[in-house]
Design a protein around this ligand. Structure first.
Ligand SMILES: O=C(CO)[C@H](O)COP(=O)(O)O
Length: 241
């Protein structure tokens, strides 16, 4: 819930001016009220634009919800699903994430599926079991080829936001290796290798390139440190070099 239409437009204009290095696939996921403006401003650039959530139905009596066709019509090609704040505060479950993943693929939206362990799960050593369950349920009944069209973001709940602390590199490396092996069980090794697995949670200029240097970390998903286009550009340059 950051950046209304005018702030988002200004940010998008600044992002459009960034000379994005080869090998970086940048995306930005503004709030719904800024989506159409941001998608329009970034249309002819390498930036992909996404929405932060959606319903799984195309239309109907779901007051307050936004459908996949509505998201598409605003110009988004990416959809974030299952963020821990949606799970914690708005009743998102592994089952609804699965419905939304299927709806996204049906409508040609690329799902970015967020998964993550709570502080309690982390403390009790249940991280890998939690991640495996979330991924299996999010991808339930999906054919292998469809699994090849998703992206995963591992965001430990305890690492996100102002109260969070960035996860240790070796912990992230082990979690991502586990995620890759779950994907391989579900879709085969070749497809699993192609699915981008991003890390998110207190990513900053100081730690971003350390994460992206890890074997199974294909990118980062950044909140606060990307709110300023200059901050995001600095991270992009650091990761690219
Ligand atoms: O969703 C996130 C990235 O947009 C996530 O919540 C991380 O936020 P951050 O801790 O402020 O980077």
């Amino acid at each position: 819930m950051n950046k209304g239409p005018s702030a988002a437009r200004a940010a998008a204009e600044a992002l459009a001016a960034i000379d994005v290095p080869d090998g970086i696939h940048p995306f930005v996921i503004p709030p719904f009220t800024s989506l159409e403006a941001v998608a329009g401003l970034l249309e002819a650039t390498r930036w992909q634009v996404g929405a932060q959530n959606m319903h799984w139905e195309d239309e109907g009596a779901w007051t307050g919800e936004i459908s996949p066709p509505m998201v598409r019509e605003c110009g988004a090609t990416l959809i974030e699903l299952g963020h821990s704040e949606r799970r914690e505060h708005f009743g998102e479950t592994d089952v609804t994430v699965n419905l939304k993943v299927k709806a996204a693929l049906h409508h040609g939206l690329s799902p970015l599926i967020c998964i993550g362990d709570s502080a309690e799960e982390y403390a009790s050593g249940a991280t890998h079991d939690t991640l495996a369950r979330q991924v299996r349920m999010a991808l339930h009944e999906l054919p292998a080829a469809s699994i090849g069209a998703i992206r995963l973001a591992y965001e430990p709940v305890w690492a996100i936001g102002a109260q969070g602390r960035a996860a240790e590199s070796d912990f992230v490396a082990a979690a991502h290796a586990r995620l890759r092996s779950v994907l391989a069980e579900l879709a085969g090794v070749d497809i699993a290798r192609r699915v981008p697995i991003l890390y998110g949670g207190s990513v900053s200029l100081e730690n971003a390139s350390g994460y992206t240097a890890l074997a199974d970390v294909d990118g980062v998903f950044i909140g606060r440190s990307a709110w300023s286009p200059a901050g995001l550009e600095a991270i992009i340059r650091s990761v690219a070099s």
